[in-house]
Design a protein around this ligand. Structure first.
Ligand SMILES: NC(=O)C1=CN([C@@H]2O[C@H](COP(=O)(O)OP(=O)(O)OC[C@H]3O[C@@H](n4cnc5c(N)ncnc54)[C@H](OP(=O)(O)O)[C@@H]3O)[C@@H](O)[C@H]2O)C=CC1
Ligand SMILES: Nc1nc(=O)c2c([nH]1)NC[C@@H]1CN(c3ccc(C(=O)N[C@@H](CCC(=O)O)C(=O)O)cc3)C=[N+]21
Length: 282
């Protein structure tokens, strides 16, 4: 039986610490740290995620301000909105919910986030910092994944980490963070020739595919640490939990694994952003 990597519990600890720092920020400046969330369109899953983030903020003494833009918003309009938030001294962090509608240039909207407010780690600035191993805001889900591994004593240095998926906010930055910790990293994607054979050699597997129960226990090296970043409709991960459970050494549940740590890192980085700069005393 694997050791379960409990993300809900770890997230609770991270949020508790962030809440204390948010309280002292309030004491010092007379205002709470503030996260602005931007949602373009009304995709029901995105609406749910944004609500979850706002609820977590409220519980930690972080204010949230929501900007809802219609699905027909143009790239220029969305960029202008985000720029406004970037210039607003009362806003400490900005999260633009991915995905935006197909006609909107998501990269352009992300780049309108001021680097000091990129608490979701989606800008080229943050990405470059992760790639170079420089300090900066982490992409939240990969940041949470590293926290989960560390909290459970999973060794990273010198290990073979296989990341399945190479999206800009998940797979690719997860690979960069593991590399910065001296793992030997392989990044797999839809054109990978023999995925099963690669996964078989992994000490650490990060599944970020977006396909329910895609990774099977039979693919795994016995004892591997398996992180399931997938979050598919019906709260189903990208790893087939049942077949992975008898083989893995460590395993994240879905729900209660990577999801809660993602939001915890977002909150932590928002409080950090508030302390670091744009704190205008009232
Ligand atoms: N818990 C959390 O906080 C978060 C969870 N998620 C979840 O993580 C999952 C992935 O999300 P995201 O990265 O945004 O998804 P994307 O769809 O952007 O990326 C999926 C990646 O998986 C690869 N892929 C697709 N099919 C295969 C295949 N058959 N074999 C190998 N690789 C394949 C794609 O390859 P290619 O590049 O070649 O197309 C791509 O790189 C989803 O379930 C999502 O809901 C996402 C963000 C945050
Ligand atoms: N710019 C951007 N940044 C993101 O971080 C981002 C995004 N866009 N778009 C969508 C995905 C998805 N995502 C989740 C976060 C938390 C849970 C989470 O906490 N899930 C709970 C379950 C909660 C429930 O459903 O009750 C769990 O896994 O235990 C899930 C999914 C962040 N995303």
């Amino acid at each position: 039986m694997p050791r379960l990597m409990n993300g809900a519990e770890l997230a609770g600890e991270i949020v508790e610490r962030a809440a204390k720092r948010a309280a002292s920020f309030l004491e010092k400046t007379g205002r709470k740290p503030c996260l602005a969330t931007v949602l373009v369109g009304d995709d029901p899953a995105s609406v749910t995620y944004v609500r979850m983030k706002q609820r977590r903020c409220a519980g930690a003494g972080v204010e949230s301000r929501h900007v809802q833009l219609p699905a027909a918003t143009t790239t220029a309009e969305a960029v202008a909105q985000v720029r406004e938030l970037s210039e607003d001294p009362a806003v400490d962090g900005i999260l633009v919910q991915h995905p935006v509608p197909a006609h909107v240039d998501e990269r352009a909207v992300f780049e309108a986030i001021a680097p000091g407010k990129d608490v979701d780690g989606v800008t080229m600035h943050s990405f470059a910092a992760m790639a170079l191993g420089e300090p900066g805001f982490l992409s939240c889900t990969p940041g949470g994944i590293l926290r989960l591994l560390d909290a459970h004593g999973v060794e990273i240095e010198g290990k073979h980490a296989v990341v399945i998926g190479r999206s800009p906010i998940l797979g690719k930055p997860a690979a960069l963070l593991l590399l910065a910790r001296n793992a030997t990293v392989t990044v797999c994607h839809s054109r990978t020739a023999d995925l099963k054979a690669v996964v078989r050699t992994a000490d650490i597997v990060v599944a970020a595919v977006g396909k329910p129960e895609f990774v099977r226990g039979e693919w795994l090296k016995p004892g591997a640490a398996v992180v399931d970043a997938g979050y598919n409709p019906g709260n189903v991960g990208d790893v087939d939990f049942k077949s992975a459970e008898p083989v893995a050494g460590w395993l994240t549940p879905v729900p209660g694994g990577v999801g809660p740590t993602t939001i915890a890192v977002l909150l932590e980085q928002t409080v950090e952003a508030a302390w670091e700069g744009n704190s205008t005393p009232r």
